[in-house]
Design a protein around this ligand. Sequence first.
Ligand code: SF4
Length: 210
Amino acid sequence: MKAEVFGVSRLRIGVDGEGVTTLVAFKYCPLKCEYCLNPGALLKDNQCRVHTPETLYSELRKDELYFLATGGGVTFGGGEPLLWSGFIREFRKVCGPDWKINLETSLNVPSAAVQELIPVADCWIIDIKDMDPGIYFRYTGKDNGKVLDNLRLLAGEGLAGRCVVRIPSIQGYNTPADVLRSEAVVRELGFEKIDKFKYDIDYAKRKRNL
Ligand code: SF4
């Protein structure tokens, strides 16, 4: 089993999971966010490394002492890591139970991918964009029905406590009132760890030379 990885960022603290983490960014994403911060994930090019679970493990292992000392581990992002759910499941078998596995996801994927990762993920960091279908479509070009289905799936499995739901305020797309409405929807579903933040579109524009 192989996966395309376009970036690895080591020794991260407090940004995407407990303890010291290494972010592994996978290629490809089903969304087309207007201000995507990771355009490299969307391109069909050769700017990536192809890994097996074993080769990725041997690359990440140099930070194992930090992971074990701080309760950290690996954060799979992208792109959309749940497009590589089989790879991540295999990676868990290779790395064993002691590393944390965090997933940074939009949840806009088939529910089978979520189900496949329920047994292996310690933390789900979910960027819902906005729960209003019209706003979501304008910003990402996609319907958000799967997001809602998968939030219900995780809550139904009793995993809301392992999830952080991120709700960005995106200039030109949603208002503070929209953000509060999204928050109310996810709280109603049972999620309590909510991270509301202002999306830095100027940074995204600079990064993408817009
Ligand atoms: S979900 Fe993330 S990687 Fe995908 S298009 Fe949006 S910002 Fe880019």
